[in-house]
Design a protein around this ligand. Structure first.
Ligand code: SF4
Length: 338
């Protein structure tokens, strides 16, 4: 980013992650790994979305530590403040201001149709409005930077479609302002939990901490579910239905992956040995992350400075967009009196 925010000819992308503390294997495979690579191709804005996290009922005393731990994970995997803007959402108040203004062009029915809203709403007797309005804040996060594209998983595609609709409706009502961001869907596919659950998450305990030591990685991977038909060591397996095999593809070269599949089918390698190879490869990949995280934990001021600088750069772009939005919506009343 030549002037600290934009590089001529490069697309700008935005993405955020909720601060549930240190990142885990699912965050890494589903987002962070890809974000690191994208920094070579795009002007990237990476956000820790703590304003979103308040809708998940997290205790206030836990939130600051979670934000810091996720920031350490971001920096440890290689999100680079020299090449991207890295910041915390609540440091840039323009996000919530724009979200409020976008309420004006967002039909309630569109929010009620969101699949994630329907799923989350079932958990409440009285659904907080924040659960319904969550996608408007997501839209504001993206539109405030006039992002050209957003790296998302398949599960977020519907929310991005809503963002595009909101941009279209705003532009129609108040004049051309926001680009309609494209979805950059990754090829990681769905990352299942180690227990075979549809989602890998820390709260369920079916994942591996990004900064786990090799012993802990092995303890977790050892419990992973495999092909249910492979009951005995001598039973031929079906790698295509085994989650361990899917994970091998992220951490091993093609020859190793082919060998895992062949030995599984021929029952020449047991599942424990197969998992050991996976655990070792994960530990090797994560080793430099642990090393860098130790540095940042020992130097918390470096992390704070990075987030402060990121917020300063983000605020500069957000303030410009908000000045335009307020003017177009007639919210600069002194100027309008003539
Ligand atoms: Fe899965 Fe490996 Fe066991 Fe085959 S040998 S079922 S790929 S863990």
């Amino acid at each position: 980013m030549s002037d600290g925010t934009t590089t001529p000819g490069r697309k700008r992308i935005f993405s955020g992650m909720q601060p549930s503390g240190e990142a885990h294997l699912g965050n890494y495979l589903g987002a962070l790994k890809r974000w690191v690579d994208m920094q070579d191709e795009y002007d990237c804005i990476w956000c820790i979305v703590d304003d979103h996290a308040i809708t998940s009922g997290l205790a206030p005393k836990e939130l600051p530590g979670n934000v810091f731990d996720l920031a350490v994970s971001f920096l440890a995997v290689g999100l680079d403040p020299e090449r991207a803007i890295i910041f915390v959402q609540s440091d840039v108040h323009e996000h919530t201001e724009l979200a409020w203004l976008l309420n004006a062009v967002t039909p309630k029915g569109d929010l009620e149709r969101m699949t994630q809203y329907k799923e989350k709403a079932q958990r409440f007797e009285s659904v907080p409005a924040g659960i319904l309005n969550y996608p408007i804040l997501q839209a504001a996060d993206i539109l405030i930077y006039k992002a050209d594209a957003v790296p998302v998983g398949e599960d977020q595609r519907q929310h991005l479609e809503l963002t595009r609709d909101i941009a279209r409706k705003f532009n129609a009502a108040y004049g051309d302002t926001f680009p309609e961001p494209e979805a950059l869907i990754g090829d990681a596919g769905k990352i299942l939990g180690l227990d075979g659950d549809a989602k890998m998450s820390k709260s369920v305990g079916n994942t591996v901490r990004l900064l786990a030591e090799p012993d802990e990685i092995w303890e977790r991977v050892r419990t992973a579910v495999t092909d249910p038909q492979r009951v005995r060591r001598t039973d031929p397996g079906r790698p295509e239905v085994c989650n361990v095999y899917s994970l091998h593809k992220f951490f091993a070269d093609e020859a190793t992956v082919a060998d895992v599949a062949a030995q599984c089918r021929a029952a020449t390698r047991g599942c424990v040995d197969c998992k050991k190879i996976l655990a070792d490869n994960i530990a090797t990949t994560f080793a430099p992350f642990r090393e860098r995280a130790a540095h940042f934990r020992a130097h918390p001021d470096e992390v704070r400075r990075t987030l402060d600088e990121g917020a300063r750069k983000a605020r500069a772009i957000a303030a410009e967009t908000m000045a335009e939005v307020r003017r177009k919506m007639g919210l600069r009343w002194r100027d309008g009196l003539g």
